[in-house]
Design a binder for this molecule. Structure first.
Ligand SMILES: Nc1ncnc2c1ncn2[C@@H]1O[C@H](COP(=O)(O)OP(=O)(O)OP(=O)(O)O)[C@@H](O)[C@H]1O
Ligand SMILES: [Mg+2]
Length: 303
């Protein structure tokens, strides 16, 4: 999605709805202020504002407490612990000195307050690598495999997992999940919230195009909600990406019509269903076209 300098100054992209998520992130922020160990697992469909909510919380906390170290990592089944915490410095080791070249996670160590480690796609790490996080969660320290060395790492963890993720997924063992204080499930927003999400998106990025995009966001949201009901995992990005394309279309040609909206919606969702079989994709694309055409008619009738 577009994220450039076209955004409206002074406006902040806020999380609408998702009250439970915000409540637990407030508790997380309080754990940092109060120097308490607290780890949160957030699970939910793609594009449901998990990252936005965490980023907003951390930005506020950093302003309030001045310096809160923040490190973000993304799960990959190829990663090994040394990719995260670093490795022994071979040059120094040969000279008889045990020293470590720090990996990215060590930057999250906080002296005064715990730092924040945000782990996206937690379940993509292998079990071997996940143990690194367990040690941080339980003891605020890391151990370097095959050495007697440990280092303090005072940081609290927020991890996210996407239940629709099927490639490279690890079934995270229960003893690792046990370390989290809570597991929050983030659902798709209610219809009226989705309308606000779309409005905020257009106002934030493309204020000038608002009037031209206005007739389209309700049919796009309704269509997305209908497709979800038949089991397609489409988050708000399905219509927000389409609105990005339409805004660009408007900036380029100053005109938008139903055909163009259908074309961009089809291609937006194509990117989100690419892992399905060709047949299933064609079927969904034609369902999307029929539904969106119907929703245009409904919108006209309501007018
Ligand atoms: N409840 C919401 N309030 C405001 N904006 C939202 C909301 N839900 C989705 N959005 C919009 O959708 C975008 C995508 O959200 P974000 O990247 O935070 O999702 P995510 O849950 O982290 O997705 P993923 O699982 O794919 O990482 C946000 O930047 C925002 O523009
Ligand atoms: Mg995210």
């Amino acid at each position: 999605m577009i994220d450039n300098n076209t955004k409206t100054p002074d406006l902040e992209l806020v999380v609408i709805g998702q009250e439970e998520l915000k409540r637990y992130l407030n508790l997380f922020a309080e754990s940092i202020r109060s120097n308490i160990r607290f780890n949160l697992l957030i699970e939910g469909a793609p594009g449901t504002a998990k990252t936005l909510a965490v980023k907003n919380m951390v930005t506020k906390l950093q302003k309030e407490l001045k310096s809160i170290p923040f490190v973000r990592v993304t799960g990959s089944h190829d990663a090994i612990p040394s990719d995260l915490i670093g490795d022994i410095d071979i040059k120094k080791y040969k000279e008889g000195i045990s020293d470590i070249i720090n990996g990215p996670l060590l930057k999250a160590h906080g002296n005064e307050y715990p730092g924040v480690i945000y782990v996206d796609e937690f379940n993509r790490f292998s079990e071997y690598t996940l143990i690194t996080f367990t040690e941080i969660m339980a003891e605020w320290q890391v151990s370097f495999p095959k050495t007697p060395l440990t280092k303090p790492l005072k940081a609290n963890i927020i991890a996210t997992m996407n239940p629709y993720d099927i490639s490279g997924i690890t079934d995270v063992p229960q003893h690792i999940l046990d370390r989290f204080n809570a597991r929050i499930i983030v659902n798709y927003p209610a219809e009226e919230v989705e309308v606000e999400i779309a409005k905020q998106h257009i106002n934030y990025y493309y204020k000038k195009a608002f009037q031209s995009l206005k007739p389209y966001y309700i049919p796009l949201i309704s269509t997305t909600r209908i497709l979800r009901k038949i089991g397609v995992a489409l988050g708000p990005r399905a219509y927000l990406s389409t609105l990005d394309l339409l805004a660009l279309e408007y900036l380029l040609k100053n005109t938008i019509n139903n055909e163009i909206v259908i074309e961009h919606y089809k291609n937006s969702i194509r990117a989100k269903i690419a892992n399905m079989s060709e047949d299933k994709q064609s079927e969904l694309i034609s369902t999307a076209t029929i539904t969106l055409t119907e929703e245009f008619k409904n919108a006209k009738r309501i007018k």
